[in-house]
Design a protein around this ligand. Structure first.
Ligand SMILES: Cc1cc2nc3c(=O)[nH]c(=O)nc-3n(C[C@H](O)[C@H](O)[C@H](O)COP(=O)(O)OP(=O)(O)OC[C@H]3O[C@@H](n4cnc5c(N)ncnc54)[C@H](O)[C@@H]3O)c2cc1C
Length: 579
């Protein structure tokens, strides 16, 4: 209790406007301090990167600046995203049909491998006391796919046939039996009598994650470190390169408008939707390749206990033909503010803001001479997307309830309210083959590695640990390869450098360990029942010699991490134009 009070007091002090814990900075140049790393934004990406860096280099001075008055209040807030721990168990957009009638599961495998890295990263932080309360941020919630119509049933059947051969999906169940579907998802089947063929899959290793709570717990730990400062109500407004290669970061107090500057050896721009604007501000040549287009999301939600208690899963459907992956409908059990809640959506919204709390001018500020035409061209070439967005924006409450009725035929409209969630900024990237619309994310790193940014359509907070690991390999390649960092990274991620799909024994160990440490109800027993047996005592310690044997020495951070870029939490489509 005493520890919690001290931590709370410390966090409170550290989060006061303009307050920064004194670090061990070297001599300041002029009015500026010199620090090792500036993290822009207090979302899950910056805080995850800060947590890695603080473990890898505990003496580095790190400063995090957040423009709002708290941590994780934009997309990372529990209410501003869908809270799905994306592991590709239920998201059918990761497994497209192939021309020969098959299903390609390669992308799903990449996503599942990434999520296993996240589980290990979080479990490690729980073991270190950095995430002291796993129940507050992660819960075991089965992930299910649901389809209707014979063609879709055939697709799901084929998807299941392919996935069930891979150890990553051991234990997945498939049914075309309506009684079983009704048992798995009662609300979905109540009042459905039309005899349309239906099918569903179920994976009991699914998770519901409150990314906001997780990020706050990690930020509290950072705030306790004497060499790290977290400063709220502070907006980064200027990024200029100094002659010595460091960056001069101008930070404004959002209430008074007063500015201060800090010099930093490295800057990570984790400003979420606003990252594109700051990337442009940095002036690095890489920035000129990008434009951005904002698309928000909203959900219908209910907290009515009679309804919520009859839906204990995340049920993902298929997106309507021609619509983008972000439109995949899902009916999810969530845990928000300690209360079970159902979310249905997302419904796309349009605003010119790049952040929920951003400015209406954001889109126009981001338009430059070099990116405006490619942006318009992509719009013309992706007319189906434009049509989809217009259709979504024009929807009224009855249209949205009608969409929900597909998943909950007997809903009571009075139970459901609309909630505006976070903003995503889709990237439009200029390439040699023309401009491409990307629904995923991109880690952008300056040639010398000192300026890095994560831009794109909300990569999925689920993948923050592998994305930030990928960023570390780009920004600090020598350090990542050094014995010192390799040893620590291996402690954080026991399956580092290993493809778990090819190593069922290690997969079993890491899943058993993360299920136990993250206190995921029923998941340890599920793994024991569905993955081939092994030495469970070593599993509890997070790995043994078999992990050594399984290493893929060619890739310092594993064959699984390379897929992270462009991995959108809802899937990705790209379309090339000849602009
Ligand atoms: C509708 C929707 C549903 C989603 N569903 C899921 C899901 O189910 N599962 C999943 O894994 N992911 C999901 N995501 C994605 C997930 O929310 C994001 O990937 C993740 O939160 C991004 O984290 P971030 O740290 O990059 O950005 P953010 O959380 O947005 O943080 C950026 C921070 O930077 C601050 N900032 C901006 N500009 C400045 C500045 N100039 N100076 C200082 N601070 C600044 C902002 O205030 C903000 O706090 C969803 C997103 C949306 C919008």
């Amino acid at each position: 209790m005493k520890r919690q009070l001290t931590a709370a007091l410390c966090l409170h002090l550290c989060l006061l406007p303009g307050y920064a814990l004194a670090g061990k900075e070297g001599a300041a140049s002029g009015d500026s301090d010199i620090v090792d790393v500036v993290l822009i934004g207090g979302g899950t990406m910056s805080v995850t990167l800060g947590t890695y860096l603080n473990e890898l280099e505990p003496d580095w001075n790190i400063r995090l600046y957040e423009r709002l008055d708290g941590i994780a209040l934009e997309s990372s807030s529990g209410w501003n995203n869908a809270g799905t721990g994306h592991s590709a168990f239920c998201e059918m957009n990761y497994t497209p049909p192939t021309d020969d009638g098959g299903v390609d599961i390669s992308r799903a495998i990449g996503v599942t491998e990434q999520f296993e890295i996240s589980r290990q990263f979080w479990a490690h932080q729980v073991e270190r006391g950095i995430l002291p309360d796993p129940n507050a941020f992660i819960s075991s919630v089965p992930h299910m796919s649901l389809v209707w119509g014979q063609e879709n049933v055939d697709f799901l059947s084929e998807r299941y046939a392919r996935m069930s051969q891979n150890p990553l999906y051991a234990g997945m169940q498939y049914t075309e039996d309506n009684a079983t579907i009704a048992e798995w998802m009662p609300l979905v089947m109540e009042g459905r009598e039309d005899g349309t063929p239906m099918a569903a899959t179920r994976m009991d290793l699914g998770t519901e994650v409150n990314f906001g709570e997780m990020t706050r717990q990690m930020a509290e730990n950072l705030a306790r470190q004497s060499n790290v400062s977290l400063t709220m109500n502070s907006e980064v407004r200027g990024l200029k390169r100094n002659n010595d290669g460091t960056w001069r970061v101008t930070v404004a107090d959002v209430s008074s408008g007063e500015t201060q500057t800090v010099n930093s050896r490295y800057v990570f721009n984790g400003a979420g939707g606003a990252a594109l604007l700051l990337l442009q501000e940095s002036g690095i040549p890489e920035a000129s390749q990008y434009a951005g287009f904002p698309v928000g999301g909203s959900f219908l939600y209910t907290t009515n206990p009679d309804v919520v208690s009859r839906h204990t899963a995340k049920v993902y459907g298929l997106a309507a033909e021609g619509s983008p992956p972000m439109s995949v409908p899902h009916l999810d059990l969530r845990y928000l503010n300690g209360q079970p809640t159902l979310f249905f959506g997302p419904f796309a919204t349009f605003s010119t803001k790049f952040l929920k709390e951003g400015s209406w001018t954001n889109l126009f500020e981001s338009m430059t001479l070099s990116n405006t035409w490619p942006m318009m061209k992509v719009g013309l070439d992706n007319f189906n997307l434009v049509q989809y967005l217009v259709g979504e924006v024009l929807q009224d409450r009855e249209d949205r309830l009608e969409a929900l009725r597909q998943y909950y035929p007997e809903l009571n409209p009075d139970d459901w309210q609309l909630w505006n969630a976070g903003q995503r900024v889709q990237i439009i990237k200029k390439t040699d083959e023309g401009s491409k619309l990307q629904f995923g994310t991109e880690v952008v790193v300056s040639e010398d590695g000192t300026m890095s940014a994560l831009i794109g359509a909300s990569p999925g907070a689920s993948t923050a640990p592998p994305i930030m690991l990928n960023l570390l390999t780009r920004v600090f390649p020598e350090r990542v390869e050094s014995d010192a960092w390799q040893t620590k990274l291996q402690e954080i991620i026991p399956s580092l450098n290993v493809k778990l799909a090819d190593n069922p024994e290690l997969l079993r160990q890491v899943r058993l360990n993360t299920s136990r440490v993250l206190e995921l109800d029923g998941q340890e027993a599920f793994v024991q029942a569905n993955l081939p047996g092994g030495d469970e005592s070593s599993a509890a310690q997070g790995g043994d010699d078999s992990s050594e044997a399984a290493k893929d020495a060619t890739d310092p951070v594993g064959g699984t991490v390379g897929d992270v870029e462009n991995a959108d939490e809802e899937g990705r489509i790209e379309s090339a134009t000849d602009a």
